[in-house]
Ligand binder design. Structure first.
Ligand SMILES: [Zn+2]
Length: 350
């Protein structure tokens, strides 16, 4: 597809997700200006940069579809973006919209070959000779995000990356955020307040580096980066979008200078967890010993057998230990489940 053709189609029918899914592997660079003065630049398939004529001090990346079957965030972001393109929504900040894995979105699967959210911070190139579309994509997404932040005007600016997901199973707390490891720096009060405005007052605080997009944003870009889980995975057309209204309104307000309904940070309003241990799948014998409908953040009695692998049993070790992200289908050597426990951030927020 030629750039002129791309622009003609987009201007005729301002639906960038549709164009992305029709061309999941490549779109050429193209740019144009909306009548309201907003500059639009297409950087790649699923990657579109919006620069309003007048903008504030935030540089905001909104990412969805890093896992292809997590459709609600894709629909939510597409709606925001289409309103920008159709000039129904006037941006007040620089925004980069990313649809992470278009081929996987088309196929309705989490990934084609590799879990894209395990390939950032250089993990895409850690096994020389191993190639996949997801490894290539992770490398490119890193480049686009760095370029977006680097090209911001000089001065005191706030960098943000919200990577929106839905989880494989239900959750005791429907919406929750993963706050990447900050290497000992304080957690941000204003970010907790924003997460709560999105309806995500459950936050998992990580204590180790990770290969996720949000850790890359936090560590390599010095951005406020978050993985935000908005609910449960469902196919396109089967999402009850009313369950996402609060998050959609908060994100819309964030990028367009609207009112954010935040309240001052008070730890009592939150369910805060930290990771106690990470359980990896060592062999094909890895099995979970609880039902598929057991929700994230469920707790069990001490001593309950949760999972087993060749020659090893994983049991609940302490009171309050809860499961999160159990997935026996991960590749050998990858994380199959996290065990978390409640934690306080007193003295560690600012
Ligand atoms: Zn996901």
């Amino acid at each position: 597809m030629k750039p002129e053709e791309l622009l003609q189609q987009l201007q005729h029918h301002p639906d960038f997700l549709k164009l992305t899914l029709a061309h999941p592997d490549f779109l050429p660079f193209a740019s144009y200006q909306l009548e309201n003065g907003t500059q639009i630049q297409i950087w790649d398939t699923g990657v579109i940069y919006c620069l309003p004529k007048q903008f504030g001090t935030q540089d905001i990346v909104l990412s969805s579809g890093v896992h292809g079957n997590e459709t609600a965030p894709v629909e939510l972001c597409s709606e925001l973006l289409n309103d920008v393109l159709a000039e129904k929504l006037l941006l007040k900040e620089r925004v980069l919209f990313l649809f992470g894995n278009p081929p996987a979105i088309n196929a309705g699967v989490r990934e084609i070959q590799d879990n894209l959210n395990r390939l950032f911070s250089g993990h895409h190139s850690k096994e020389p000779g191993v190639q996949s579309a997801e490894r290539e994509r992770a490398k490119k997404l890193e480049t686009y995000v760095l370029k977006f932040f680097d090209e911001a005007p000089q001065g005191l600016r706030e960098r943000k990356l919200y990577d929106l997901h839905t989880a494989i199973r239900g959750s005791r707390f429907e919406k929750f955020a993963v706050y990447p490891f900050l290497h000992g720096e304080n957690w941000s009060k204003t970010q907790f307040e924003f997460l709560k405005a999105c309806g995500a007052n459950t936050v998992l605080l990580m204590q180790t580096p990770a290969s996720t997009f949000s850790y890359f944003a936090a560590q390599s870009c010095k951005a406020h980066g978050f993985t935000i889980e908005l609910g449960k995975v469902r196919p396109f057309g089967q999402n009850d979008m009313s369950r996402f209204t609060q998050a959609a309104s908060a994100l819309r307000a964030l990028i367009s200078g609207g009112e954010l309904y935040t309240t001052e940070f008070n730890e009592a309003d939150f369910n805060l967890y930290e990771v106690r241990r990470s359980i990896n799948k060592a062999t094909e014998a890895f099995t979970l010993h609880f039902a598929d409908n057991i929700e994230n953040f469920t707790t069990f009695d001490v001593g309950t057998l949760l999972a087993s692998d060749e020659g090893v049993e994983y049991k609940v070790e302490v009171e309050g230990e809860a499961i999160i992200f159990p997935n026996p289908k991960v590749a050998i050597g990858q994380r199959a489940m996290l065990m978390v426990k409640p934690v306080s951030v007193a003295g560690k927020v600012s």
